[in-house]
Design a protein around this ligand. Structure first.
Ligand code: NAD
Length: 364
């Protein structure tokens, strides 16, 4: 237990859910569907992962009712409505989402509308399968809600399904996961259970990601990375997020920047900014890399050849003022108080891809 928390009362609420973890666990999909009382299962994927959808249909045998392979980033309501029509035609009474956060998002959106149980089979490190959170997009506006109605009942983590995750997505998805745990370590409603899971998640990903850039087929590193992503997903689903997620949400929602890449650029800067009020996160940076977490993340991403600047993701300098306005528009918790000028400066650094300097900012 973190020493700083031993005299603090806390509340811990566990999210219900059954988890299978290992290599080849997707073999159990039909058995798990039966445990949920399913008679017919609709499989969901993105177009890119339709082949995996066909494989899961085969594995489900008589329980398989069909495949809907049009899941898309940010859960567009138009896609959900098309999937809903398909679901009603097939008469399925259970959903199986095989893919990353986009596919999990579609299953959640369908569960919200129908109350059907879900099995998630994650293939990235995004962590959505562990959260009662759903983001949906309609007419270009993304809205987020938190309800247990969207939490998957069963999650089957099959490490084999991540063996072919491309190097770029491995890195950005892994940093996306670390961002959940990083913010959990300074959350307003943090607690020692989630602290431990967050530390475990960050440590596992920090060790695994560089190995996977050189050896994407390294089974132990793949296991570690997915295990870490699970822990980070639990953190996201259990405690509140702050400045980092708010800025990434703004950049993704209003400027259409790619999700995992945006987290990958921003995490070094938000960790450095929050360092004076986030001692546990910084201590973890010292433990893992001998430096504050902001610098540790920046160096990790740079060494792995990942994105380090918002300019590289397509943001223009002219967008920075609007992004700063949006990021401070509504008040929300952050461990270190900030004003618009702070956020504008932080965005400028991230835009330019400058290495953060935690020490230099601590007076601010
Ligand atoms: P994604 O699901 O959009 O996947 C990106 C692409 O990679 C897709 O084409 C997908 O088919 C492909 N892909 C996925 N796994 C693969 C694999 N193993 N091998 C090869 N290709 C693979 O990306 P993501 O980052 O996992 O999810 C992003 C979405 O999830 C965003 O919309 C984000 O808002 C949402 N999200 C939601 C939560 C939540 O709690 N609600 C949490 C995290 C992310």
């Amino acid at each position: 237990m973190a020493a700083s928390m031993t005299d603090q009362p806390f509340v811990y609420t566990a999210n219900p859910g059954r988890v299978l973890f290992g290599f080849g666990t997707r073999e159990k999909a039909a058995e798990e569907a039966r445990l949920l009382g399913a008679g017919q299962v609709l499989v969901l994927t993105t177009p890119h992962q339709a082949k995996l959808g066909d494989e899961m249909l085969d594995r489900l045998g008589r329980l398989g009712s069909g495949l809907f392979s049009e899941a898309a980033m940010h859960t567009p309501v138009s896609v959900t409505e098309k999937a809903l029509a398909h679901l009603q035609e097939t008469g399925a009474d259970c959903l199986l989402a095989a893919g990353g956060g986009s596919t999990t998002g579609l299953a959640k959106a369908l569960a919200l509308r129908t109350g059907l149980p879900q099995i998630a089979l994650p293939t990235t490190y995004a962590g959505s399968e562990m959260t009662p959170i759903l983001g949906q997009t309609e007419n270009g506006v993304k809205t987020t809600q938190r309800t247990l109605k969207v939490l998957p009942q069963t999650v089957i983590y099959d490490v084999e399904l991540t063996m072919g995750l491309p190097a770029g997505l491995t890195l950005t998805s892994g940093i996306n996961a670390m961002a959940h745990a990083a913010e959990a370590l300074y959350a307003e409603n943090r607690n020692p259970i989630i602290d431990q899971m967050s530390e475990t998640g960050i440590k596992a990903l920090f060790a695994a990601l560089p190995v996977l850039q050189d050896k994407p087929q390294d089974r132990e590193a793949r296991w570690q990375a997915l295990y870490g992503a699970w822990m980070c997903g639990v953190a996201l689903g259990s405690v509140g997020m702050a400045l980092h997620h708010k800025i990434c949400h703004t950049l993704g929602g209003s400027f259409d920047l790619p999700h995992a890449e945006t987290h990958t650029v921003m995490l070094a800067h938000t960790a450095a900014f929050n360092a004076p009020a986030a001692r546990q996160l910084d201590r973890l940076g010292e433990l893992l890399a001998g430096q504050p977490m902001g610098e540790a993340i920046f160096d990790l991403v740079a060494a792995c050849g990942g994105p380090t600047s918002l300019a590289g993701l397509g943001l223009t300098e002219a967008d920075l003022d609007k992004a700063a306005d949006l990021a401070v528009a509504n008040p929300y918790f952050n461990p270190r108080p900030f004003n618009r000028a702070d956020i504008r400066a932080l965005l400028q650094q991230a835009y330019a891809g400058q290495r953060p300097q935690t020490g230099a900012r601590q007076g601010g």
